[in-house]
Design a binder for this molecule. Structure first.
Ligand code: TYD
Length: 211
């Protein structure tokens, strides 16, 4: 590999993305892939500071425009400081959420115009598009239940109404349908072991094809 590979994981809240990312990373590392795992919002010192601001449940007054600019600022830093350098070293970068989260949550979820989001995003990432996007699809009812049962902290977006999460999911499915060569949709309404197996099968096939 000379130019690296950029793979993103997407999914609604409670889709089990973070666990699946960890298991995938173990599997890829065991196969000898030079791997970098990272996440959004965050992944850098500046990005983690922005994450704390944007997810703070006390920030109920946050304007949707401020929200998108904060996510995009974190992303710009992440691309410049972490992702591009790793790809230049030939690494396989596995990123938990990327710009498709912005289209799904701020675009379809909040109803901000997608065209404006694309302009802001292109400025932030300077043309860096994932080679492959793995989407864990789950109904929002199941996802939110899982999230509550896991006892983890609920962030500002988790607290949105069910209708918001339904729009996010529908948005993801529309994004995936519009770019089938980049996206793979994985049914996450099943036990985590089965989801991991499906992810590995898809990824193994992809990695052989791009070798
Ligand atoms: P996080 O705690 O990382 O949870 P998850 O395991 O679901 O990824 O929270 C990320 C939250 O931020 C999630 O609710 C989606 C939201 N988000 C956006 O709304 N827009 C974005 O551009 C990104 C990167 C995340």
């Amino acid at each position: 590999m000379t130019t690296g590979l950029f793979i993103t994981l997407e999914g609604p809240d409670g889709s089990g993305k973070t666990t699946q990312a960890r298991l995938l990373a173990e599997w890829l590392t065991a196969q000898g892939y030079p791997l970098l795992t990272t996440r959004e919002p965050g992944g850098t010192r500046i990005g983690e500071a922005i994450r704390a601001v944007v997810h703070d449940c006390a920030h109920t007054e946050m304007a949707p425009q401020a929200e998108i600019l904060l996510y995009s600022a974190a992303r710009a830093q992440h691309v410049a400081e972490v992702i591009r350098p790793a790809l230049a070293e030939g690494k396989l970068v596995l990123c938990d959420r990327y710009f498709d989260s912005t289209y799904a949550y701020q675009g379809y979820g909040r109803g901000l115009p997608l065209e404006a989001l694309r302009t802001i995003t292109n400025f932030a990432v300077q043309g860096l598009i994932p080679d492959l996007t793995l989407y864990l699809d789950i109904s929002p009812e199941v996802g939110l239940q899982r999230r509550e049962r896991s006892g983890g902290e609920l962030n500002r977006l988790d607290r949105e109404a069910l209708a918001f999460h339904q729009r996010v999911r529908a948005g993801y499915l529309e994004l995936a349908a519009a770019e089938p060569s980049r996206w793979r949709v994985i049914d996450a309404n099943r036990p985590p072991e089965d989801v991991q197996q499906a992810l590995r099968a898809l990824l193994a096939e992809y990695l052989v094809a791009v070798k």
